[in-house]
Design a protein around this ligand. Sequence first.
Ligand code: TMP
Length: 224
Amino acid sequence: MYNEDHIQESVRNDMKTRGSFITFEGIDGSGKSTQLSGIANYLEKQGKEVLKLREPGGTSIGEQIRAILLSRGNMAMSIETELMLFAAARAQLVREVIEPALANGVWVLCDRFMDSTTAYQGYGRQIDLQLIGRLNAIAVGRCKPDLTLLFDLSVEAASTRLAARSDKSDRLDLESKAFAERTRNGYHELAKAEPNRFRVIDAERSVEDIEQQIENILREGTGI
Ligand code: TMP
């Protein structure tokens, strides 16, 4: 069953350096998705294999859950249901896509991850933070990001940007300004609690400036 080629291939896989896992976080309208694409191009130019993902989503099951979560037909959704759907989509993405990719040396860039649940459902919706911590732990296991880029900007600036975008009118975009303020504050708390993992980016600066700043962060952290 295990011929010479098979053994050689397993040895090669074992020797592969694990990829890096970078997450992009921030309130809606913070510009994180634009930056994710720019940074993916930069890393590919450095010869890295890169996988771009978004949450909720990234798997067939996750995209179905995303449709339920964002549908304006689901205004009756309870906050507990919402919490568990985000966690369910994440659990699937970690096992089906992120873990295998990292093990294969791929760099995984994810638009939102576990910190979104703490910031939005924990601080925004005010669900118990310890409960969210436990749920996040079940969803991600040991698969925590190596680096989290937090795109920080005022709620006013973010809503001005969102108003100019026609694609932003799903169920979760109908939340109040107070909700967005609590969520932003939640991100600040997370960044303070884990300063080694988080880098806070001033998202009011130009796209080019921010891209340069992120490239510097990557060079400092990984030498690429
Ligand atoms: P997106 O607009 O960045 O694609 O994110 C979809 C929405 O889902 C956004 O309003 C943030 C929200 N969200 C949560 O509330 N909790 C979560 O855990 C995640 C991943 C997203």
